[in-house]
Design a protein. Structure first.
Length: 401
């Protein structure tokens, strides 16, 4: 088997995922076009060398329907030979796109692929595509519950308090604001412009520099009514009868933000990169995806990380920096508890609680985030992992070269 190398990773800023957000006027395909053109312009890339464009997108309906990867490649002016495919592994879609591309390269089926993801949550609301995973029959037969209820279940099982999740959320905000002000995302973030070339957004819009613990603690639990009055807590008790009740502690302030954004990652063989005059930033050491218990659902990063470490013949102590997607505060808290790792190396520049979680793009964005952080700190190895709806987990290990 060959190896897949990462030559660069770019992303748009994250815009607030509502009508008042800066990116609401931007079509989702144009978010992808922004990222694709940034890669092409940065390296004067001959796009006839691009064999495929792989994009993750969760809500594939309306403006995000059909195959947005192919549509964006054509609109970006890529050579027609560059094919396109759009995939959906829920919150792991952006990372899965990178895995798909890396697998094609490692297997020798392709030499150069662009991977990434997109989600315009202001223009294409989450869940507007419907689907079997969310209907009531599936919930009762399989036992699935909405992710917010699962997050509260995870916190209850792991013994996290409201204070724990709010403190974590505040740290995420503080780290993200500090990272933005210090320019730590400068290499990855490319501005979104209008048709006249005027900048619409050039920095992440969602972080709250005015966040306080007092403000966070005043927010009401977001999923208590859903769990208690709609009967969804009952579903969880069928699997976890040892619990007298679920402590509903997640709020809008300690859960991931709804945002718009896109990302693109340039992957190739070492030989193809050299032939095009490109310098690799890192290589994929291992990639893993797992299915996990669908009610608890959000514990997937733990077995996914164990699988990725085993495939790489590594231990958690070999990892310098870790990005755990902050779908809810309980997720990274559970990860750190399970592996005994310090918050000092986890989400060092904040996470989705502060920056937002554009579902289909987040995994690819986190890849760029960890690469930038490794370079800033002159460290070597990074892990990216995320929980996924329906009880799945995904993880990637990268190593600088």
């Amino acid at each position: 088997m060959g190896e897949a190398y990462i030559f660069d990773a770019v992303r748009t800023p994250r815009g607030k995922g509502k009508q008042s957000g800066a990116l609401y006027t931007v079509r989702p395909v144009d978010l992808v076009v922004t990222a694709l053109r940034a890669l092409q312009e940065r390296y004067q890339l001959d796009t006839s060398e691009v064999e495929d464009v792989v994009m993750g997108c969760v809500t594939q309906t309306g403006e995000q329907g059909s195959c947005i990867a192919r549509a964006a490649a054509l609109e970006a002016g890529f050579h027609q030979i560059a094919a396109g495919v759009t995939l959906n592994r829920f919150c792991g879609s952006g990372m899965e796109a990178v895995h798909y591309a890396a697998g094609q390269i490692a297997a020798g089926f392709a030499d150069l692929v662009v991977a990434g993801g997109v989600e315009s949550m202001s223009r294409v609301p989450m869940g507007s595509d419907g689907g079997a995973m969310w209907d009531a029959v599936n919930q009762w037969r399989v036992g699935t519950v909405p992710q917010g209820v699962a997050a509260d279940l995870l916190a209850t099982l792991r013994g996290f308090s409201r204070g724990d999740v709010d403190h974590f959320a505040l740290t995420s905000q503080q780290r993200a604001v500090e990272a933005i002000e210090a320019g730590r995302f400068r290499r990855s973030v490319v501005p979104v412009r209008d048709q006249n070339g005027e900048v619409i957004l050039d920095r992440d819009e969602f972080p709250r520099p005015d966040a306080t613990l007092e403000g966070l603690s005043a927010l009401r639990p977001a999923f208590k009514m859903m769990g208690e009055q709609f009967g969804l807590d009952t579903i969880t008790k069928r699997k976890y009868p040892q619990l007298d009740r679920i402590n509903h502690i997640h709020t809008a302030g300690n859960s991931s933000g709804i945002v718009d954004g896109a990302a693109a990652v340039l992957l190739a063989t070492k030989e193809k990169g050299e032939a095009l005059g490109l310098k690799p930033r890192a290589r994929i050491r291992s990639a893993a995806v797992v299915g996990d218990e669908p009610i608890l659902m959000l514990d997937g990063p733990i077995p996914a990380t164990k699988k990725a470490l085993k495939k790489a013949r590594m231990e958690i102590q070999d990892i310098d920096l870790i990005e755990v997607n902050e779908a809810f505060a309980a997720v990274p808290l559970a990860f750190m508890q399970a592996f005994g790792v310090s918050h000092d190396i986890v989400n060092v520049n904040g996470g989705a609680i502060a920056l937002g979680h554009p579902l289909g793009a987040t995994g690819a964005m986190l890849l760029g985030t960890v690469l930038d952080a490794l370079e800033d700190r002159d460290l070597s190895t990074g892990l990216i992992t995320a929980c996924i709806a329906g009880g799945m987990g995904i993880a990637t290990i990268v190593e600088r070269v």
